[in-house]
Design a protein around this ligand. Structure first.
Ligand code: ATP
Ligand code: MG
Length: 448
């Protein structure tokens, strides 16, 4: 037992202290199973062209990891020792993008490949903020350095299509097989450099079904507050990635089990504390996961509208209790919630406009008489509003019967719709008669 512990400790020290000095393991196709036909034609061709010109070129990162794990990769990235200008010169259909750290987009058929030059690891000269967050990452380096600056061992894998071998710098293949997500280097340092790695750890472990190495997991709880220093636009992008990964429910479960939803997911910590709110969000995320897995699109505005709805309800209730008129109170509550979130999340103006449209439709579903229901059907956002109503009904916020009425009403023919409308029972509002004073000269012109 003691020997085992000792061996593990030595192993860990070796892992932490010498990652950039060790030569990579070369893993043959018999062990990793990635044939060159498994990668996209565009990435294959891009590597070929670079290699024929005398450069190193590999498919790298998430795609190699996913293929070994038996998951179809989202995209294929290429890493090379050629500089962006050299890459640009080799491909007619390519352009350099990014200012701080240039990468090249290479177009191959309908594919766009991201080709990046090996980057250097961080050292004393790296520019950081006062919390240790790396601000710039734009020095070219060796392939070994490039591997060391990646986040997790399973992401530091380089696949060479010509030899069908994988260069594995940090035991990533073994970690994948053992289903463990492990950080390259010392986790606390790596979280300080980039706090987003905490969210990435949760997202990737859920996606790949990996367990978090304790060394990587332990510091998250105490370091979660570092997320507050990350630019809001980046938090928004990463949140969106997590929520649309097809594993959102699993991600949120993992965050909650570890008490990490406080601070890590700015939206969720409050919502998940209220039972109705939790039910609503979990239903929304389950729906989203199903859609992603079926290859359907998901709308970020719908998603964020669901996540924030119970915040809006809470604020709206308070305003109504303070005797503010209902509809203006809803609009004030919507703005208040969005303002508060945008500090942390950088929800774009277009998305917040769409979110408000969905919310503003909700009280209109209560009205089942007069002209309102027919007018509502014609709203461009009716479908999203109705889907939202369904979630509200399923979570117990409004009666299911209301959602069923709208389901039937929208598909019914003209006559049935008329029959479905609930007669107006309230006191009829009399329109005040308008008195028109007729000027004598006007009166002469008025047709009879
Ligand atoms: P997926 O594409 O499934 O979302 P991914 O790991 O490929 O996951 P990308 O954002 O596409 O994520 O990043 C590509 C690669 O860049 C990663 O595999 C990793 O090696 C590296 N990388 C990305 N983000 C970071 C980070 N914050 N710190 C260090 N390395 C990173
Ligand atoms: Mg990727």
């Amino acid at each position: 037992m003691i020997r085992k512990l000792l061996r593990r400790a030595i192993d860990n020290v070796l892992r932490l202290e010498t990652p950039s000095r060790r030569a990579p393991a070369t893993i043959p196709v018999s062990q990793h199973g990635i044939r060159r036909t498994s990668i996209s034609a565009g990435s294959r061709r891009t590597c070929e062209v670079l290699q024929e010109a005398g450069f190193k070129a590999y498919v790298v990162g998430g795609a190699v990891r996913d293929l070994i794990a038996g998951i179809e990769p989202k995209d294929f990235d290429v890493a090379t020792n050629a500089t962006p200008d050299q890459v640009r010169n080799l491909f007619r259909r390519s352009r350099i993008i990014g200012r701080r750290f240039q990468i090249v987009h290479v177009m191959q058929g309908s594919e766009t490949l991201e080709v990046s030059t090996f980057r250097a690891a961080h050292d004393a000269d790296t520019q950081k903020d006062e919390h240790g967050r790396v601000l710039r990452d734009n020095v070219w380096g060796t392939q070994m350095a490039d591997a060391a600056r990646r986040d997790f061992t399973v992401n530091a894998l380089y696949y060479d299509p010509s030899s069908e071998t994988v260069l594995d710098y940090h035991h990533g293949v073994a970690d994948l097989k053992q289903k463990t997500l492990r950080m390259i280097g010392e986790p606390r340092t790596r979280y300080r450099e980039d706090p987003m790695r905490m969210l990435r750890a949760v997202r990737l472990s859920a996606k790949l079904g990996l367990s978090l190495d304790p060394a990587l997991r332990e510091p998250i709880r105490e370091m979660a507050s570092l997320m507050e220093n990350v630019p809001a636009a980046r938090v928004f992008d990463e949140m969106l990635k997590l929520l649309t990964s097809g594993h959102a429910v699993e991600c949120v479960k993992r965050l909650r089990d570890d008490g990490l939803h406080h601070g890590l997911l700015p939206l969720l910590d409050v919502i998940l504390e209220q039972p109705l709110g939790e039910k609503f969000v979990m239903l929304a995320l389950t729906n989203t996961d199903d859609r992603v897995r079926e290859g359907k699109t998901v709308s970020p505005s719908f998603l964020f509208a669901t996540l924030l709805w119970h915040e809006v309800l809470g604020d709206w209730d308070k305003r109504k209790a303070a005797k503010e008129p209902s509809i203006p109170a809803l609009f004030t509550a919507m703005d208040a919630v969005l303002d508060q979130q945008s500090e942390k999340l950088a929800i774009t103006r277009r998305i917040s406009g769409d979110i408000k449209d969905i919310w503003a439709l909700q009280p209109r579903f209560d009205k089942r008489s007069g002209k309102t229901p027919l007018r509502l059907l014609e709203q461009p956002r009716f479908r999203a509003g109705y889907d939202f109503l369904l979630l509200r009904a399923e979570s117990g916020e409004v009666p299911l019967e209301l959602a069923h009425w709208w389901r039937d009403f929208q598909h019914a023919d003209h006559i049935t719709r008329e029959e479905m409308l609930v007669p107006d029972t309230g006191p009829k509002k009399r329109r005040p008669r308008r008195r028109v004073k007729k000027a004598p000269e006007d009166a002469a012109e008025t047709p009879s």
